[in-house]
Design a protein around this ligand. Structure first.
Ligand code: NAP
Ligand code: G4F
Length: 342
């Protein structure tokens, strides 16, 4: 029988890739959408699946909409990808962030428990929960130390998922996802901000890329591979929690350097601290600078994940490495700008 999957956060990066994967596997895919209209379906459109996903109204802040959709759809699998997912914004919007990222998870779990259709549940948890990291690399047993309203709320989402599994025997899994990127990443996140802005500079649409902390290190993977891990978790014999990562960490500075190279710049750094400048040796122009505006009240210095458990139990391993990921993203943005300017 055709399986039904409900995906919250369908308009986001992961929602789009997961919908594509599940459609390819023969699922009927229902996208939980809080807005309606097709203005922001660009990701589904880029993947050529906007007419294949059936949209249903759900706002994670509206528990009745969740109860109603679980009752009417009776999904085999529920993937909770919806979130206020931008860490920096969570300092400005802590209450909304907590409501969506923490309470939203509970509303979903409670709706699934109430209706008892046996829906399997995936929660998109975050490596940001490790925050002020207690060890490098981080694995499923590493102690959490969240350092932003975003990650504190995600920690509630993680533990309530574990709690519903243990207390009620629900098939509920938490994927502790390290940063994963793609050409469909939002422009507010540093990787896509870098590639989209450098592409615009390359074709004369902009002068500068202005960033915050260049020294932060992240374990950046390729999003289409991460949604496959989500699916694998819900196909396992028993529910569990898994770190999904590449095992490599790179700095924001390294990302800028590699992306600049792919975009055809010859970047050299001049100065230090907030006065550092990235200069293109070919044109002599400053193309990168730093502004305290993008520094965070509390920063995560390094995230690097140990995905051994996912490899051993799910047979999952990352395939796309850092340099290749930067190339994929930079080339996609160069292509987009070329198409835009004709
Ligand atoms: P994303 O692109 O920001 O997508 C998040 C989606 O959540 C958006 O489509 C947004 O809808 C939706 N949303 C926000 N508030 C909502 C609400 N109240 N009700 C219903 N939907 C709501 O995020 P992503 O990168 O795909 O990430 C997917 C999930 O993985 C998120 O939970 C994120 O926190 C988590 N995660 C991501 C990463 C990563 O590196 N990408 C790493 C760890 C964990 P609108 O389009 O209507 O705004
Ligand atoms: O790209 P970012 O905004 O991602 P961040 O904060 O690591 O969060 C992402 O990954 C988490 C998993 O670890 C997810 F849970 C979360 O939803 C999101 O997807 O920033 C990465 C790093 C930070 O250290 C930040 O300070 O880049 C640094 N950075 C430097 N300049 C910047 C900028 N970040 C942004 N967004 N914009 C800048 O101009």
């Amino acid at each position: 029988m055709t399986k039904k999957a409900l995906i919250t956060g369908i308009r986001g990066q992961d929602g789009a890739y997961l919908a594509k994967l599940l459609l390819e596997k023969g699922y009927r895919v229902l996208g939980a959408d809080r807005r309606g209209g097709d203005l922001n379906l660009w990701r589904l459109r880029e993947l050529g699946i906007e007419h294949e996903v059936r949209m249903v109204y759900v706002d994670l802040l509206e528990p009745f909409s969740i109860l109603h959709v679980i009752e009417t759809v009776q999904p085999d699998e529920v993937y909770n990808l919806a979130a206020q997912s931008f860490v920096q914004a969570s300092y400005e919007l802590p209450v909304i962030t907590a409501q969506v990222n923490a309470m939203g998870v509970l509303y979903l779990l409670e709706a699934i428990r109430t209706h008892q259709f046996g829906s399997r549940f995936f929660q998109a948890s975050s490596s940001a929960m490790f925050g002020r990291v207690r060890q490098v690399p981080q694995d499923e047993k590493t102690a959490f130390y969240p350092t932003s309203p975003y990650s504190v709320a995600k920690l509630f989402g993680h533990w309530i998922t574990v709690n519903y599994r243990e207390a009620y025997g629900m098939f509920a899994c938490s994927g502790i996802l390290f940063n994963h990127e793609s050409p469909l990443r939002g422009r507010e996140f540093v990787t896509r901000k870098i590639t989209s802005t450098l592409a615009e500079i390359r074709y004369g649409l902009r002068d500068r890329l202005v960033l915050g902390n260049l020294d932060a290190q992240r374990d950046w993977g390729y999003a289409p591979e991460y949604v496959e891990a989500m699916w694998l978790m819900l196909q396992a014999d028993t529910p569990d929690d898994y770190v999904i990562a590449t095992g490599e960490a790179h700095s924001v500075r390294e990302f800028v350097e590699k992306a600049s190279e792919v975009a055809g710049f010859d970047l050299v750094w001049q100065g230090e601290g907030v006065d550092i400048r990235g200069v293109d040796r070919r044109s002599g122009k400053v193309i990168v600078e730093v502004s305290p505006q993008y520094f965070r009240p509390s920063e995560i210095e390094i995230l690097r994940g140990d995905y051994s458990k996912a490899k051993a139990r799910l047979g999952w391993s990352p395939k796309t490495r850092f340099e290749q990921l930067v190339e994929i993203m930079m080339e996609a943005d160069l292509r987009r700008v070329r198409e835009q300017i004709g």
